[in-house]
Structure formats: structure tokens, C-alpha cells
Design a protein around this ligand. Structure first.
Ligand code: ADP
Ligand code: ZN
Ligand code: ZN
Length: 803
């Protein structure tokens, strides 16, 4: 077959289809579907994915593929198919869907260069000839930044120069220098006897290779023989040894030893949960299970044993864990059970490390991948199981193109491999629990904690009361006394500051001015560390003003309770307490997250203070108190899921206490103690919460009763943003069913980001078989304007973030 159909890397409406290319003779046996190639496209060279091979094309004048980028397919047939599904599901271009499945390292970058066409250097005008004195090519930047751009342009037209798109493949495989002996033992002996007596080091090296035949890394060789690298070099030049670069994997866990662990004997509940899963595994049947069990009820052990069955069958498993609970503790449990058969993928790894893990999967060297969202695309070919732990986490939804939800991708892949999916959570999403109740998903319940300990006792403290009785501190009397008590007993406390939707802003006490970002309608966040104010949306930053820019009062300061402020307060009221603070500022460096947690686990601090990120995956025996400083900050966000998210977070963080022998206690401080999401999380009563919240969702026409689509329009010109949103609303209004609801156009909750005004409309519907088509028509209609980036239209199907 001489023709390849290629999806080119030009994300646009007109190019969102396959293009046919002829395969050059020399690549005929090489190029296969699922490989990337470089192809000419218009005047330039672009990257593309080979989708299929064929003998004939309906087009007669075909251009040739320039060269392959891979020597083996990087996407298998199933993933190519999945690309079609994803394109529809996420309403994106096919190329975006395909790219999303690759590890970051493979998403090539282009480097534009200007190149002299062979033998034509003499024809160039004298002014630009010197540019090519040393090299045949010149970077694009040098050309356009210089003063002779038009001259270059003319020579391009004269075809003396050409524009080349070099695809930079930043794979940078990591290699290690190794040394190999090229001679037999007898030859080595002969050479050694021929050397002068002074060449002692060379003698020793030859001696080493007489005793060891295998390759050895240069570094090691120098260590064991105490030779220098110049000694090695001289033997290389004599033809006795060879130096090679051997590719190695960057193993992020290379210096760690994992003690093998054995499966536990399951409790009756665990066994009852595992059985139907194993049945599906053995029958090669697809199904979706919802494993509903409080924290510490032994869900992970069920996952581990289900995976063991899959491996035994010769198949593979994907284990998804939210980024933030992908802690070393979590990884350890999988490595201990499955050893070298586990690959790990999360954002804490460098691009190169991620690529190495990906290759282990691709080359079938591992059977299990434990990873965050994008690991759902792991290029396995015999999938036997996909598990999504903490399925309620909103991070499973990708918030940029393609906007996919890992749960949907998992189910789609599991269908084509006819294998089960397990969704696990102590606080499932309403959508999933409703499906389980209707038996669309099979409900499996673990109702008891492993240690048979009651869930921790929870106290709710009304902070308005505290204020009334004259306590102006951010710690209630109750929380303070319990903190002191733990300190005396040498037990540990976790303090969570619920930071979402609430951060330290700068306000003038005299006139009330709050300092906002000049580009976005949002207040700047104060960072004590370097005394600056920062915008979390556009990155704008500036120093703290000495006086109020409005009234020139000196009483301008930052408000709100950032973790730093809590830390200072702790130092005042409990000076003897050792505190570890975990937030974006202290964990931005690679590995710092892990270091801080380890330190806490080793008892190097009494209090772990942090944001949401400490709510998950912590499992230390000495934690007996959990304090939540501000439970309700999230409740007031303009999001129909705010109660659900509050309930989930409070339940999660409460589960951190008393997981082992010592009983745990929880103190939740709030200004709205009567809110059902707070009351019911204190009782750890998921099902009561579910009933309450479902009732509200039904009355207000929100998921799971209705589907939701959020359309956000942004433009530098406010009137344009408004009018486009109006037109979209009108267009859909006249086409959708009468029982569908369109809210809008209204300004988005964050009405301006980066100087672009944002307007939105929200569609709620039960059944709209043509909605996808209508939305595509809309996107096509505005294609010209959006391509030039003046206008932005984002369509979020089933949005997780309503801002
Ligand atoms: P979850 O994933 O639901 O939070 P885990 O699987 O982490 O719960 O289990 C909680 C604790 O109980 C862990 O320390 C785990 O090692 C232990 N455990 C789980 N299953 C068993 C079992 N069948 N027998 C003994 N210990 C178990
Ligand atoms: Zn002022
Ligand atoms: Zn901003």
C-alpha cells in the first residue's frame, strides 16, 4: 500500500479531516497507522498522524510524506478509534484528541529556519550572503529581527532560500556511558603482556575485563578499578575497549527499596465486593462498579486484589488517582504489591521521566500504571481493568481542550476491551450514586472501617458565637484547648484552611478600597513571602503600596486568612508547637510535597497546616485531631455543586483523624453551622446528604436530573462579547426543546480575565439529540473570528467549574 491518510497538526475547521500522501519507496515497509510523520502542507512542513494505509486515493496529485517521526506506532488501533470518539465527545479537532493521548515529551515543537537551497548560495545578494557563511541555515528569529527581512523574503520567492520547519523532538533519551571489551580473554592477556611495566593502570583495566565480560558503566568501572578516564581512552584508542552510550530509564523511584507485601485475607464485605468484579474480569465482560466505602474501609485492598486477578490473566490495569493524592504513600502500596510491574505517571515527574514511564507501558514492560488523569490514555493493548479512585474529584475533568472527563474515557475504553471499571469513593458524585441506585452502575458497599473504630467525633463551632463572646482569634476556644491538649500528649494535628474562593486580599481600612488586578475583575492575592500582590488568573504582580492609592491612608493592609497568617498566629498562641506548612508556596519545588509529608510522618512537627492539598491521602497513626478553620468559604461560590464540594471536602479531611489505634476528633469552625452540608458532614451521613441535595437538584433542574452545557464568550470589547452571547442564546433558544432551559446571557462570575470580557449562557436539558450539531454549527459560524483569536468561544459539556 503506497498511500497514507494523515491527520495534520493544523487545528482548524478546514483541516479537520484526513489528507492523503504518497509513501516514498524507501519507507514503504516502515510507515504504519498510529505513527507520526512529517508532511508538506501548503508551503510548510507539519507533523501528522497516519490513520490508515490504502492503495488508492480519490485525489490524483498526491504529495510525498517527507519522513517518519516514529519507527513504531505510538497509538494503537484502539486509541486511534478512541480519538474519533473523543473528537465528538469533547467537540474538539481530531488532531487535539490525538495529541492529548501522548506524553508531553512527544508533543513536538517546531523550530523555523531559513535554509539556502543547495548550490545557490552564490546567487544570493551580497548583503545577505555573509549570514550563511558558516551555516547553511539561519533561525527565523534572526531573519525577522534583522533589518533585511524583505530581502530574505525576495530570495524565498526566488527559490534561492527555503523556509524549513524543523520538528524538534525533545525526547532527549537519557543515556549512560558504558564500556565493553572488544577482545577475547586470550587477546586481552596477549595485550597485557605486551604493555610496558609502567602502564600499570592499563594492566589493571585489562585484568578487570579478563575477569568480567559484561558491559559496565564507565563511572562504576572507574570506581572499582581506580583507573582514570584517560586510561580508559587510551585502551579505547588501542582497540581493546569500546565506549557506548546505553539508553537508560530515568526511574523516579530508583533509589527506593520496596518491601514486597502480601495480599490481606479479605473481610466478608471486601470479599463480597471483590467477587462480582472478578467475575466480570474472568468473563471478559464490561460493567461499571461503584465501590462506595468510607475512608479506611479497605477499598485500596480491593483494588489491589482485583488488579492481581487481571495480571494473573495476562492483562493490564490502569489505576487513576487524583493528582493530589498521588503521594509516595499511595505509590508505595502499589510498588510493594506489584514491584517492577508498575509504572507511575503524575505531574511531579519531569517531562523526561514521564516519557520513560510511558515507554515502559508502550514496550509492555509493565502491567499496571498508577497515575493522574491523563494516565487513562496509557497505551496498553490488553486492558483488563480500569479503576478510578476518589471518583468525585473534579480534577478528573480536563479544563482545557480537549475537555474530557477521565471517567467517560475509562468507560469508553473498557467497553472496547470488554473489561470492568471500578469507581471508588466515600462521597460519590451525585451523578454516579444516582446511576448506582438505578443499577446502571453496580453498587458495592464497604460500610465499616478496617480498624472497627468509630468514625471520629465531630464538633461544629459557630464562629459568630465566638465573636459574640469576645474571641477575635481565628481559633475557637474549643479548637485551641484541643490543640494544647495534643501538644501535651505528643500527638499530631492536621489544620486545614479551606482556601478556595477565599484568600488574602489587600484592603484599605480607611476607605474600604480593595486592590484589584488591572486586567481582571478579581482582587490581587497578597504574598507575604516576597511582599508582593499577585493575580492568580493572569499572573500580574506588583509590590505592596505604602499608602492607599485612593485616599493615601497608611492603613492599608492584607486581610483574609492565608496559611502564612495562620502560621504566625500559631507562633503567638502556641509558641512551643512545631508547625509544617503546606500550600502552593511551600510545595512548588519538585519533591518538596513529599519531603514535608515525610517530615510530618516522622514526627518532626506537631501540626500540619495546609490548604485542600492536605485533605487527601494522609495516613499517619499519630494524627488524633483535625481542625477545619473555615468550613464555609466554598459554600458561597456561584456553583451549583458548592454544597456537594463542601460536603466532600469536610468528610475527606475528617477521615484523616483516628485511622489507626488512637481515636480521632474533628473540630469544624464555620459561620454557617446550620447548613446541611456542614451538619451532615459532621455526622458523616452521605446518604442523608445525597437525598437532601438530590431534592434541590431536581427542583432547580440541575444534574443529575438535567445535563448542563456552559458556553463562555470572551472578547476585548465588552459589547462584542455581549452581542455574540446574545446571538448564541437566541440561536439555541429557537432550536432546542421547550423543556430545555437557557440561562443568559449574563456576565460570567469572573467577568474579566486578562482584559477580556467574559459573558456566558448556561443550557440545561434532559434530551437534545441535535445539540452537538447545533453547537458545531455555532463554532463554525464564528470560526473566522475565533481563529484570529479576537473572539473566544468555549463550550464546556458537563462543566465542573462554573466560573
Ligand atoms: P481505603 O482505601 O478505603 O481508604 P485502605 O485500603 O487504605 O482503605 O485500608 C485501610 C487500612 O486497612 C490500610 O492500612 C490497609 O492496609 C488495611 N487493610 C485493608 N484491608 C485489610 C484486610 N483485609 N485485613 C487487614 N488489614 C486491611
Ligand atoms: Zn483608602
Ligand atoms: Zn489578572
Amino acid at each position: 500500500m503506497d498511500i497514507a491518510s494523515v491527520i495534520v497538526d493544523v487545528p482548524a475547521k478546514q483541516t479537520d479531516r484526513e489528507f492523503d500522501y504518497r509513501i516514498p519507496e524507501k519507507w514503504k515497509q516502515v510507515i504504519m497507522p498510529g505513527m507520526r510523520v512529517i508532511v508538506p502542507f501548503g508551503p510548510r512542513m507539519v507533523q501528522g498522524f497516519v490513520i490508515r494505509l490504502k492503495d488508492e486515493s480519490e485525489f490524483s496529485k498526491l504529495r510525498y510524506i517527507k519522513e517518519p517521526m516514529d519507527l513504531e506506532p505510538i497509538l494503537n488501533d484502539e486509541l486511534l478509534q478512541l480519538g474519533n470518539w473523543l473528537t465528538k465527545e469533547a467537540m474538539c479537532f481530531k488532531i487535539s484528541a490525538l495529541q492529548a493521548m501522548l506524553p508531553a515529551a512527544m508533543k513536538a515543537k517546531y523550530e523555523k529556519v531559513i535554509h539556502v537551497i543547495e548550490d545557490r548560495k552564490d546567487r544570493l545578494p551580497p548583503i545577505i550572503q555573509p549570514f550563511f557563511a558558516r551555516n547553511a541555515s539561519l533561525s527565523w528569529k534572526e531573519v525577522i529581527d534583522g533589518e533585511h527581512a524583505s530581502l530574505f523574503q525576495k530570495e524565498l520567492q526566488n527559490r534561492n532560500l527555503e523556509l524549513v520547519y524543523n520538528v524538534k523532538n525533545r525526547l532527549n533519551k537519557k543515556t549512560v556511558r558504558v564500556i565493553q571489551s572488544l577482545l577475547s580473554i586470550d587477546e586481552l592477556k596477549a595485550m597485557a603482556s605486551g604493555l610496558s611495566a609502567q602502564a600499570k593502570k592499563q594492566q589493571e583495566l585489562l585484568q578487570y575485563f579478563m575477569e568480567h565480560q559484561e558491559l559496565i558503566p564507565l563511572k562504576e568501572l572507574l570506581e572499582v578499578t581506580h583507573a582514570s578516564s584517560s586510561t580508559v581512552k587510551s585502551l579505547v584508542s588501542k582497540g581493546a575497549l569500546a565506549e557506548l552510550d546505553q539508553e537508560i530509564y530515568r526511574d523516579p523511584y530508583e533509589n527506593r527499596v520496596f518491601e514486597p507485601s502480601n495480599p490481606f485475607t479479605l473481610t466478608d464485605e471486601q470479599a463480597a465486593a471483590l467477587k462480582p468484579i472478578q467475575e466480570k474480569i474472568h468473563l471478559d465482560e464490561h460493567d461499571v462498579f461503584l465501590l462506595y466505602g468510607v475512608t479506611g474501609s479497605g477499598k485500596t485492598e480491593v483494588y489491589l486484589q482485583a488488579i492481581a486477578s487481571v495480571i494473573e490473566k495476562g492483562e493490564e490495569a490502569i489505576m487513576l488517582v487524583p493528582e493530589i493524592s498521588l503521594t509516595p504513600q499511595t505509590v508505595k502500596r502499589f510498588k510493594e504489591r506489584f514491584g517492577e510491574q508498575v509504572a507511575v505517571m503524575h505531574s511531579g515527574l519531569s517531562v523526561g521521566e514521564k516519557y520513560d514511564e510511558w515507554r515502559k507501558i508502550h514496550r509492555k514492560e509493565v502491567k499496571v500504571v498508577v497515575g493522574a488523569r491523563s494516565a487513562v490514555f496509557a497505551p496498553f493493548e490488553n486492558l483488563g481493568l480500569i479503576i478510578i479512585d476518589e471518583e468525585h474529584e473534579s480534577s478528573y475533568k480536563q479544563e482545557e481542550t480537549p475537555r474530557y472527563h477521565a471517567r467517560d474515557v475509562a468507560i469508553e475504553r473498557a467497553k472496547s476491551y470488554r473489561c470492568p471499571v471500578i469507581l471508588g469513593s466515600a462521597t460519590p458524585t451525585l451523578e454516579s450514586f444516582a446511576r448506582a441506585k438505578k443499577n446502571v452502575y453496580k453498587l458495592l458497599t464497604l460500610s465499616r472501617r478496617m480498624n472497627e473504630k468509630a468514625l471520629p467525633a465531630v464538633d461544629i463551632v459557630d464562629m459568630r458565637e465566638e465573636l459574640r463572646t469576645g474571641n477575635r482569634s481565628m481559633f475557637s476556644e474549643l479548637l485551641f484547648s484541643k490543640l494544647k491538649d495534643r501538644l501535651e500528649r505528643g500527638q499530631q494535628t492536621v489544620l486545614m484552611l479551606n482556601k478556595r474562593g477565599h484568600s488574602s486580599f489587600v484592603m484599605c481600612r480607611s476607605c474600604g478600597l480593595v486592590i484589584n488586578c488591572p486586567n481582571c475583575d478579581i482582587s490581587l492575592t497578597y504574598h507575604r513571602f516576597n511582599d508582593i500582590m499577585k493575580c492568580h488568573y493572569c499572573g500580574f504582580e506588583e509590590g505592596m503600596p505604602p499608602v492607599c492609592p485612593e485616599c493615601e491612608s497608611e492603613h492599608i493592609r492584607f486581610f483574609g486568612t492565608g496559611t502564612q497568617k495562620v502560621e504566625e498566629e500559631l507562633a503567638k498562641i502556641l509558641p512551643e508547637a512545631r508547625v509544617i506548612r503546606m500550600d502552593v508556596d511551600t510545595t512548588s519545588k519538585k519533591g518538596s510535597h513529599e519531603r514535608l509529608l515525610n517530615a510530618f510522618g516522622e514526627g518532626k512537627a506537631d501540626i500540619l497546616l495546609g490548604t485542600q492539598m492536605i485533605a487527601k491521602g494522609l495516613d499517619f497513626p499519630n494524627i488524633t485531631l483535625v481542625g477545619v478553620l473555615s468550613a464555609d468559604t466554598m459554600l458561597h461560590l456561584p456553583d451549583f455543586r458548592s454544597s456537594e464540594k463542601t460536603f466532600q471536602l469536610l468528610t475527606q479531611v475528617s477521615g484523616r483523624a483516628g485511622r489507626h489505634q488512637l481515636p480521632g476528633e474533628v473540630v469544624i469552625q464555620t459561620y454557617t453551622p446550620e447548613h446541611y452540608s456542614i451538619e451532615l458532614s459532621a455526622l458523616q451521613d452521605y446518604e442523608a446528604f445525597y437525598e437532601r441535595e438530590m431534592d434541590l437538584r431536581r427542583k432547580s433542574h440541575y444534574p443529575p436530573y438535567f445535563y448542563v452545557v456552559l458556553i463562555t464568550v470572551s472578547h476585548e470589547d465588552l459589547m462584542k462579547a455581549v452581542s455574540v452571547t446574545e446571538k448564541i442564546t437566541h440561536y439555541l433558544g429557537s432550536r432546542l426543546n421547550r423543556d430545555s432551559i437557557i440561562l443568559g446571557p449574563v456576565a460570567s462570575p469572573i467577568s474579566r480575565i486578562n482584559n477580556r470580557y467574559r459573558y456566558q449562557c448556561l443550557i440545561k436539558y434532559k434530551r437534545e439529540p441535535d445539540l452537538n450539531r447545533h453547537l458545531r454549527t455555532l463554532l463554525e459560524h464564528y470560526q473566522k473570528e475565533t481563529a484570529q483569536n479576537h473572539l473566544q468561544i468555549t463550550i464546556d459539556l458537563n462543566p465542573q467549574i462554573m466560573m
